[in-house]
Design a protein around this ligand. Structure first.
Ligand SMILES: [Zn+2]
Ligand SMILES: [Zn+2]
Length: 258
């Protein structure tokens, strides 16, 4: 079982206080953390959430020297149209093993903020899926499209609601496939926000279109959620006929059997 959790945060992200050392105690195998990059971060009072790359690299290099190089470097890029230029400029000249691409906000509010509850769910879905598609189209070099349901976590969305957006979702999956990116199964979305049925539908659509790359990530912000419900997500993938996951080293994809 060489596959690992491909979406985790430490205190290098403002919404986590977890340490690398605690994650290292959870496994003898590989680890990667995927720290936040969110310019004008609505969830964080509008300040820029920028990973301190020098400190992050120094910490990982130090730990890798005594832990057999078990830690890989990652980042979770939060896209907004307004931040595109700053994202590209930040990424230039930096190396990561894996880059996750996310949409967390629309430049005005984060999709996990209470204001969402007052909005028309269909309008939110339309805007969110359009932003996701634009993010994948605009940003080159990302490896994984994270939590496709982030924008609808607060909404009571059913599979039938999602089906109404099938053309938009297919458009998004088309872009993901065109960029050779992997589709993430975000296990906190699936089993904490109870969106496993939405994932089952989305994975089915992706497979139908010829998609083959899947990434598994808990989105843990502490060791309590490390490999959260991985057995359930793996069982779902096997049931749907998927036999491997896609992982990234130096941003090069390889598959790991499940
Ligand atoms: Zn995220
Ligand atoms: Zn995350």
């Amino acid at each position: 079982m060489a596959y690992y959790d491909q979406h985790m945060h430490t205190h290098f992200s403002p919404d986590s206080a977890e340490s690398f050392e605690n994650y290292l105690e959870q496994t003898d195998g590989l680890l990667v953390t995927t720290e936040h990059l969110d310019f004008h971060d609505a969830y964080n009072g509008g300040v820029d959430t920028v990973l301190d790359y020098a400190a992050y690299s120094e910490k990982i290099d130090g730990l890798n020297a005594i832990h057999d190089g078990r830690i890989r470097r990652g980042i979770e890029v939060g896209y907004t149209p307004e931040s595109y230029a700053r994202i590209i400029s930040y990424l230039t000249g930096k190396t990561f093993d894996v880059i996750l691409l996310s949409v967390h906000q629309n430049g005005r509010y984060d999709y996990l903020q209470p204001i969402i509850d007052e909005m028309d769910p269909k309008a939110v879905m339309k805007e969110y899926f359009e932003l996701c598609t634009e993010a994948v189209r605009q940003v080159d070099g990302a490896n994984v499209f994270a939590h496709f349901d982030y924008g609808i976590r607060r909404l009571p969305v059913t599979v039938d609601n999602l089906r109404e957006f099938e053309p938009a979702l297919k458009g998004l999956l088309d872009e993901i496939m065109a960029k050779d990116m992997a589709l993430e199964l975000n296990t906190r979305s699936m089993y904490e926000y109870n969106n496993a049925d939405l994932y089952r539908y989305m994975i089915g659509l992706y497979l139908e279109m010829g998609g083959t790359r899947f990434s598994l990530g808990s989105d843990a912000h502490s060791i309590k959620k490390y490999r959260y419900h991985f057995d359930d997500a793996i069982a779902l993938l096997r049931e749907l006929g998927v036999s491997d996951l896609t992982q990234f080293k130096d941003q090069i994809a390889y598959s790991e059997p499940i």
